[in-house]
Design a protein around this ligand. Structure first.
Ligand SMILES: [Fe+2]
Length: 273
């Protein structure tokens, strides 16, 4: 069940199952043109394969998180396409921008019956907080004071709720020099601010187009494959990987623990330039 309030991005939406099953889709890089490709891959085709897998999953999904670079060209058409596709899925969906996105066009066009602009979600015994780590015109990111203050206030308002924080850029370095240079410039500052809260259980992001999962100081830190092109883990210089597009499922339990699994699309044939 989801309660819809005023059209205010600071608002809180509420979902009430005991255990929350969520799906994270990220870095879809959709173009305005249906025919355009990213490094030889048609990103609408790969996104639709991910969508089909999510729709066919055995597990119900209580909510969907789309963690940026949803568009490649920041076009209204790319957001309208995504809105239609995500509305088809029918899972209450929440989004945040990535470096390729247009944060002004997103709230205007990435709307629909199941899509919500809220940046805080109360779900089961959890609170989900969505941060904006983008800097206009830059690939790298940073979390400005205003977003840190937003996070602090949200977490302090519900100190007894477990928290999942989402952003686009990597909160932990990947070890790939090229992409860490294009990552979050003030990641250490974000992490030390997070450490002031004892209710953060997990942090998830996109941007790096690869799966990772580390447990550090009682927090699960996770990146998720793109729904299109994958980047090669551990590579010093830019390199793609031939792994398939994917997405992540996370099951948030009432005691603050979680289970998670990354799914790759099977039988998806593609060539990367
Ligand atoms: Fe991306």
């Amino acid at each position: 069940m989801i309660s819809i309030q005023e059209d205010d991005p600071q608002r809180v939406d509420v979902i009430e199952p005991d255990t929350v099953n969520l799906v994270q889709i990220t870095d879809c890089h959709i173009f305005d043109s249906p025919d355009k490709k990213l490094m030889g891959l048609n990103t609408r085709r790969s996104f639709e394969a991910v969508k089909t897998a999510v729709a066919g999953a055995a597990q119900r999904h209580d909510l969907l998180l789309a963690t940026g670079d949803l568009s490649q060209d920041g076009s209204a058409g790319s957001y309208r396409y995504l809105a239609q596709q995500l509305d088809d899925l029918g899972i209450p969906g929440f989004w945040l921008p990535g470096n390729h996105d247009d944060p002004e066009l997103m709230p205007r066009h990435l709307t629909g019956n199941s899509l919500h602009p809220a940046k805080r979600v109360l779900a089961g015994s959890w609170q989900i907080v969505l941060l904006d780590s983008t800097i206009a015109g830059e690939v790298h990111g940073r979390v400005p004071d205003s977003q840190l203050t937003f996070m602090d206030a949200a977490l302090r308002q519900y100190p007894d709720r477990h928290a999942l924080v989402c952003l686009h850029h990597q909160a932990l370095e990947t070890g790939s020099e090229w992409i860490d240079l294009k990552g979050l410039r003030d990641a250490a500052r974000l992490r030390s601010r997070m450490a002031q809260h004892d209710n953060i259980r997990a942090v998830i992001w996109g941007h790096v187009h690869q799966e990772s999962h580390q447990s550090v100081a009682g927090v699960e830190w996770m990146s998720t494959p793109s729904s299109c092109v994958q980047f090669k883990p551990g590579s010093r210089e830019f390199a793609t990987s031939d792994e398939s597009p994917g997405y992540r499922q996370i099951r948030l339990h009432a005691d603050g623990s979680l289970e998670t699994v990354v799914h790759r699309i099977e039988n998806f044939e593609f060539d990367i330039d």
